[in-house]
Design a protein around this ligand. Structure first.
Ligand code: 2P0
Length: 326
């Protein structure tokens, strides 16, 4: 009889970003990336394969999804069926533990949890590294969410060589992120579409790949040295280079809002006043501030000139996936 398996995966924020695929089918990235898994944001997903079903049933935050909305999840379940020989359809219930409408919902924790729960429910016993490869097929950033702490995703050159590994877990030094949660004011370009467009049209793309590869070595060293200044400086520069790709695409696009620039300026101003803090940005308007917990009060006080207290969420390094049987 098929079991119900529950998996929990935390989201991650890239410090050296993934922004472009060299193989969209296998989801192989153009460059490796390094991230920090966060404790505050996670997805819990249960999967059960059920002989009586004629279609996969997907419920997201308590709401049943239409087949069209669940298509990416169904395609991923098909991949699990193909690998395991499981022939039944599945009941999938997934819940994102992020603040309501925070815009931080991430395919990273979602596909990591689905890979872990789905593969186990289908009878596969995958290693963490095999799970990372499987999660990659759902969404690139999910490759990293299998692991806790600082994580590196090796770009690789084929399915077997493109997976993530822990760089440092647990993280036993003082580094955290303050997420500044902002509302998107315009229809965003999806990550998948945006990164493909920059690969195809930005004249700066080769320079991005070169510098991102250099950033990987420097970031590994900064993490090993537990050096917040170096981690933050490298992450901030890398993030802005990624966003510069978007500005240089044809047609150009960007994820910034006026509030994004306000938050960036606030971080720069704090730094000018001696506070060791840095920002990074992903495919949306939210700003994540990299800092030590000892500076939480001074940073949140400064940010509250512009934003409400509940727009500022403090996240610490978080764990890798956990898998349980219901
Ligand atoms: C990252 N992002 O490294 C980068 C930085 C956003 C900016 O990975 O097409 O949802 O599913 O592989 O992983 C977001 O893109 O894209 C992302 P797909 P994904 O975290």
């Amino acid at each position: 009889m098929s079991k119900t398996i529950i998996a929990k995966a935390h989201t991650n924020i890239a410090l050296v970003k993934y922004w472009g695929k060299k193989d969209p089918q296998l989801m192989l990235p153009q460059n490796g990336s390094i991230s920090l898994t966060l404790d505050h944001f996670y997805t819990e997903t249960s999967v059960k394969f059920e002989p009586t079903l004629t279609h996969d049933q997907v419920t997201f935050n308590g709401q049943r999804l239409t087949a069209a909305k669940a298509q990416r999840i169904i395609t991923f379940l098909d991949l699990i069926r193909q690998k395991s020989g499981e022939t039944n359809r599945a009941i999938v219930e997934t819940r994102n533990h992020v603040p309501t409408s925070a815009g931080l919902a991430s395919s990273a924790s979602g596909f990591a949890a689905l890979a872990a729960a789905g593969s186990r429910a289908a009878g596969l016993e995958l290693s963490r590294s095999e799970l990372s490869r499987l999660a990659r097929r759902g969404s690139g950033s999910a490759t990293r969410s299998i692991f806790g702490g600082f994580v590196e995703w090796h770009a690789g050159h084929d399915d077997a060589s493109s997976f993530a590994e822990p760089l440092q877990d647990p993280v036993d030094w003082d580094i955290q992120m303050i997420a500044v949660v902002l509302q998107a004011s315009k229809k965003p370009v999806s990550s998948t579409v945006g990164m493909q467009r920059v690969v195809e049209t930005s004249p700066y793309y080769p320079a991005w790949v070169d510098t991102a590869n250099q950033d990987l070595g420097a970031m590994r060293q900064a993490i090993a040295n537990k050096d917040l200044t170096q981690v933050g400086t490298l992450a901030e520069t890398n993030a802005m280079r990624m966003h510069a790709l978007n500005l240089s695409a044809k047609p150009a696009f960007n994820y910034f809002t006026a509030d994004t620039l306000t938050a960036i300026n606030a971080v720069q101003n704090l730094r000018a006043h001696g506070i060791n803090c840095y920002y990074t940005l992903d495919a949306g308007p939210n700003v994540k501030i990299i800092c030590a917990s000892t500076d939480t009060a001074v940073i949140t006080t400064a940010l509250q000139q512009y934003f409400a207290a509940d727009q500022l969420i403090i996240a610490k390094p978080g764990p890798g996936i956990s898998i349980t049987e219901a």
